[in-house]
Design a protein around this ligand. Structure first.
Ligand SMILES: Nc1ccn([C@@H]2O[C@H](COP(=O)(O)OP(=O)(O)OP(=O)(O)O)[C@@H](O)[C@H]2O)c(=O)n1
Ligand SMILES: [Mg+2]
Length: 431
């Protein structure tokens, strides 16, 4: 297959005037994001590579983002220079290199004008065990593109704006198609995490659910068990991004249909309907990944089991347990005006600082958008009486202070947190 070099930004705008209006328009947008990458740091980096006659291009995800009119989060560079050659070049002009962990895989991180640049030597994966790869360096751009996961992630962008696209990645991006480079099964076997990357990028790129190539789904199903060897941390990172992306409910359903769940710690025989409803209700509320996922979990034990496989953070785990425990019993008040009261009472009673954020997730789960907005504006009132106040009134026994404080808290709660310190203390002297 021959590489196709597209000239983008300014060149296309001036030379290819036959392009459709839509095309023309999107190209202009890309120009802006592309141009904004040229900081002092990048200009200096480009000069060094040019001087030593090595090629330097933007690679992978950043090219995809730029072509979609988005500002890339991080920009990876690829080069024909080997790590040794890069080190020599950088050392010669006193450029600092940091964190040499990636060097074995060809990555050098150079610091120029207070910016870090990750530059990776073109490579082929000579041997993979489904997780890690042994690499060999090359100067062949197409070979490097070939070892990448998806066509939309396999492109390079020259610093003059030339697009190098060996596998119709740009066409796929425009048609919103997510496809593996070459043979799907082989790409998956090189790194089984790519199964979940496929889902994540489907959510990012596709406009409709359910537009998968049947051979892609077949390759995923056939290779599902390979996910068993992938660390929980890596799986959870991908899964989280998928859960808060587009089509998450469709993709979760697909994960069940393709029998992946046993390898990634999700319970079998779940209520897909509950998950679909929760997904619908949480649209537009920015739910946390765990909020969507907990719709598939029936009990705190299932959260614990998920944690064993995926290594959730403490916060994610406690949120999961909280939602599973309270999604049915902590519900809005009967009286229209008192709708929020059960939630605010719960937050004040719990006396833990992060309860409010958990209850906000619960309201998202329940689809209570109005109450969600109200609770987001609500600030926890501070209980105005302290043990010190009671001691000043002559109460000396610790036990009595404890019970009195609790009684006063109840009075305060009944007053809807309105009574002041003086008003509360006056209830003791008269009782
Ligand atoms: N399992 C993987 C991970 C990464 N890549 C390649 O390495 C690039 C960079 O990887 P990464 O930064 O993990 O993903 P991005 O595609 O950049 O996506 P994001 O925007 O989330 O960083 C990808 O575009 C892809 O070409 C791959 O082929 N297989
Ligand atoms: Mg990236």
């Amino acid at each position: 297959m021959w590489g196709r070099g597209f000239l983008i930004p300014q060149v296309i705008n001036t030379l290819r005037l036959t392009w459709s209006h839509r095309h023309f328009f999107t190209m202009q947008l890309k120009t802006k994001e592309f141009q904004s990458l040229f900081t002092d740091g990048l200009n200096a980096l480009a000069e060094i590579f040019q001087k030593h006659r090595f090629e330097l291009r933007i690679a992978g995800g950043a090219v995809r983002d730029l072509l979609s009119g988005q500002q890339p989060q991080d920009v990876d560079f690829a080069t024909t220079a080997t790590p040794e050659e890069m080190k020599r070049m950088f050392q010669a002009v006193g450029i600092r290199m940091i964190n040499n962990k990636g060097e074995k895989h060809g990555t050098i991180t150079a610091r120029l004008h207070n910016e870090n640049f990750e530059v990776t030597t073109l490579r082929v994966d000579v041997q993979t065990d489904g997780r890690h790869a042994e690499v060999e360096f090359t100067t062949d751009w197409q070979k490097d593109a070939e070892r990448r996961d998806l066509t939309i992630n396999s492109m390079f962008l020259g610093l003059d704006g030339t697009l190098y696209d060996y596998f119709q990645g740009y066409e796929d991006l425009q048609n919103k198609k997510v496809r593996f480079v070459g043979n799907s099964a082989l790409r998956i076997q090189e790194d089984y995490l790519r199964i979940l990357r496929y889902f994540r990028f489907y959510g990012r790129v596709a406009s409709e659910p359910g537009q998968h190539d049947s051979d892609t789904l077949e390759a995923i199903r056939d290779n599902a068990s390979g996910l068993a060897g992938i660390s929980g941390e890596r799986i959870w990172v991908e899964l989280k991004k998928m859960l808060v992306g587009n089509h998450a409910s469709h993709l979760l359903e697909l994960i069940y249909e393709l029998d992946l769940t046993q390898y990634i710690g999700l319970p079998a025989d779940v209520c897909i309907e509950e998950m679909k409803q929760v997904y619908q209700r949480t649209q537009g509320c920015s739910p946390k990944p765990m909020t969507v996922l907990s719709a598939l979990l029936r009990s705190p034990e299932e959260v614990e089991r998920l944690d064993l496989r995926l290594k959730l953070s403490r916060e994610e785990k406690t949120l999961g347990i909280f939602l599973v425990k309270h999604r049915r019993d902590l519900v809005k008040g009967q009286d229209e005006k008192e709708g929020l009261k059960p939630f605010t009472d719960f937050i004040i009673d719990s006396r833990e600082p992060d309860t409010q954020s958990k209850v906000l997730e619960l309201l998202k789960y329940q689809g209570e958008k109005k109450l969600l907005a109200e609770l987001s504006r609500w600030a926890i009132p501070r209980f105005p009486v302290s043990g010190h106040d009671l001691r000043r009134l002559g109460i000396t026994s610790g036990k009595e202070i404890g019970t009195t404080l609790q009684e006063l808290r109840d009075v305060w709660k009944k007053s809807r947190y309105r009574l002041t310190k003086e008003e509360l203390l006056s209830t003791i002297s008269t009782s």
